[in-house]
Write a protein that binds this ligand. Sequence first.
Ligand code: FAD
Length: 375
Amino acid sequence: MPSPFDATGMVMQEAELLKPYTTFKIGGPARYFANAASTEEFREISNFATKIELPLFVLGGGSNILVSDRGYEGVVVHPACRGVEIAHEDAEAVTLEVNAAETWDDLVHYAVERGWWGIENLSHIPGQAGAALVQNIGAYGQQVSDVVQQARVLDIATRTPRALSAAECGFGYRRSIFNTTDRGKLIIVGLTLRLSKHGGAHLDYPDVRAYFQERGIQHPSIAEIRQAIIAIRDSKFPFPREERGGNAGSFFKNLNLAESEYASLREMLRRNFPKQVVARLEEIRNRFPSAGQIKIPTAFLISICDLKGYRIGGAQVNETQPLVLLNQGGATSQDVIALAQHVRKTVRERTGMKISIEPELVGFTPRELAEKEEQ
Ligand SMILES: Cc1cc2nc3c(=O)[nH]c(=O)nc-3n(C[C@H](O)[C@H](O)[C@H](O)COP(=O)(O)OP(=O)(O)OC[C@H]3O[C@@H](n4cnc5c(N)ncnc54)[C@H](O)[C@@H]3O)c2cc1C
């Protein structure tokens, strides 16, 4: 039996239940669990995992994962290195060095309070700053890659620290090298962001525009924008709190379609739905500005398939924002998976569209994962 202490005496907790570390409030125990407050501690925990030949998983705020009821047969490392420093400041911009465990929304609040533009539309996204790079978080027309200059990482295999430029991070829609080519290979220890002192407001999104039109505000301040984003999100997207069960934000990704894919979607809708639904599709296609591709919100497809409120066990499709699957109390990972499969299958059969899952599934067997992908 390996010792729960590594060479330097760092404590590895055994059989630590992961449920409380996730916003879904679902998941069994990790074989080993440890906090890491520095690059050195990340390195020691990686050594420990290699020594006992178990995989390593980085668990940030747990807001974009679904952990299996069986838990994780490996070593879970939880970043605990917080802190923000100003690396450079001039009349135009400020460059911030942010440690991975900083709470993302605290960072947004900090920037907005100082009038630094670039991440205000990303208000109220849960999780840690390091993890924000993994799926290149985005909302209401902004994404974190717009302001990232560098990521500081630790290579798990070689245990060497490296700095990656924004280009090397390979950012795209909900993707980066951290969740594709280098998934599970790098620990993000910190990031460098450049924020502008004279930014322009991003008010293109219909909900944001409507919010300010209703209030007669033409040139909102950065603080008003943060306030608007929080109000809009809270009206339809439950921010995970202890008393409200749980969720992992959007469970499904939106669709970015080529013209030909859009044409086949329209044809399927024409065959399977009333005329108004096709008219609505045409309207939506023009609502979301997206270069080169046609963005179709998956929530629209889930809604027209009458899946809002659909429930399996303790898991339910959210009524107001159906991209979100809710743990209504006592849901198991199997409930959530069964519900997600039902949604994907129904949408596929009725609209022809294959929708993918956004959160990472942790602790599931390769066979279970393959079965889910077949949908
Ligand atoms: C209510 C709600 C609303 C949300 N809204 C949005 C939204 O508008 N836009 C959006 O893009 N996302 C949204 N999300 C998803 C989620 O908040 C983000 O993806 C967030 O960045 C995840 O951060 P986390 O710390 O919780 O990561 P976790 O869930 O802990 O981890 C997610 C992935 O990142 C990896 N990871 C975490 N930290 C590190 C690190 N330091 N180094 C390497 N890998 C790491 C993990 O291994 C895992 O693969 C929402 C979630 C919820 C619950």
